[in-house]
Design a protein around this ligand. Structure first.
Ligand code: NAP
Length: 253
């Protein structure tokens, strides 16, 4: 079931080696897009491309912390599939620990992935969309995956929340700057969904207690993001830019 059509689009999604990124790659391909799946663990990406079909998907090695790696990843994606007009900047990492205990190295690491990585991914994608004529077509799309941690304090995750809040403002700034260059930028802030990023936590007593405290006493499912992310990538989102969507099953209520 789909309320969006991505036929004719070429989409690059980062963090496609697991969790939400893998899901976004699958739904984009099912909605008709050609898909470049990017991450560091290329063995996992190869398995995903086998599933999606080598005629419509390609695996690209990309470390989003590195400008050179991001550029090389886009080069490889475009060599295989043609110009990228749609980007989902999804790669991210968690950082646990009370602020008083977080080291400088850990703080810098989470910002390098969640802020610099999102910046590099979106900037490189938008540069290419503009060079390929997005101003005329108005079809450039960038979707940033932030978190409810950008909107609400999640105890024990101060550095993570700060990095996601930075991602929101970065996305809004880019949306404003590119508004007349044919590139729409929107930000999705998901609530908790069980993936590798948090599976250990939700299997613990503390995690189960946290779930019991959610208004609906449950985690979300990855598929709960399909409709919003697919829509934001589609032509139908022509008038949506700089918007922030909390999709969280009421977890911030
Ligand atoms: P996940 O399963 O741990 O996936 C994280 C992905 O990010 C992996 O594919 C990983 O790939 C990639 N990644 C990490 N560092 C990278 C780097 N330096 N370069 C390239 N890729 C990198 O977690 P997830 O839940 O799917 O998370 C996806 C996004 O959703 C993250 O931004 C996360 O903050 C956000 N989010 C998740 C939840 C949730 O409850 N699950 C809620 C809100 C927001 P490699 O290790 O192979 O490079």
């Amino acid at each position: 079931m789909s309320n969006f059509d991505l036929t004719g689009r070429t989409l690059l999604v980062t963090g496609a080696s697991s969790g939400l990124g893998q899901r976004f790659a699958r739904i984009a391909a099912a909605a008709g897009a050609k898909v470049a799946v990017a991450a560091r663990r290329t063995d996992r990406l190869a398995a995903l491309v086998d599933e999606l079909g080598a005629d419509r998907a390609v695996a690209v090695a990309m470390d989003v912390e590195s400008e050179a790696s991001v550029i090389a990843g886009y080069d490889a994606a475009e060599a295989a599939l043609g110009p990228v007009d749609t980007v989902i900047a999804n790669a991210g990492m968690n950082s646990e620990g009370m602020a008083a205990d977080v080291s400088v190295e850990e703080f810098d690491r989470v910002f390098a992935v969640n802020v610099r990585g999102v910046f590099l991914t979106a900037r490189e994608g938008a540069r290419r969309m503009m060079a390929a004529g997005s101003k005329e077509t108005g079809r450039g799309r960038v979707v940033l995956i932030a978190s409810i941690g950008a909107l609400k304090v999640l105890p024990g995750l101060a550095a993570y929340c700060a990095s996601k809040a930075a991602g929101v403002q970065l996305g809004k700034g880019m949306a404003r700057e590119w508004i007349n260059r044919g590139v729409n930028v929107n930000i999705v802030c998901p609530g908790y969904i069980e993936t590798e990023i948090n599976a250990d936590w939700f299997a613990s007593d503390g995690g189960r207690k946290q779930i019991a405290g959610f208004p609906r006493r449950r985690l979300m499912e990855a598929g709960d993001l399909d409709a919003i992310v697919g829509h934001l990538c589609s032509d139908a989102a022509r008038a949506i830019t700089g918007s922030v969507f909390a999709i969280d099953d009421g977890q911030t209520l």
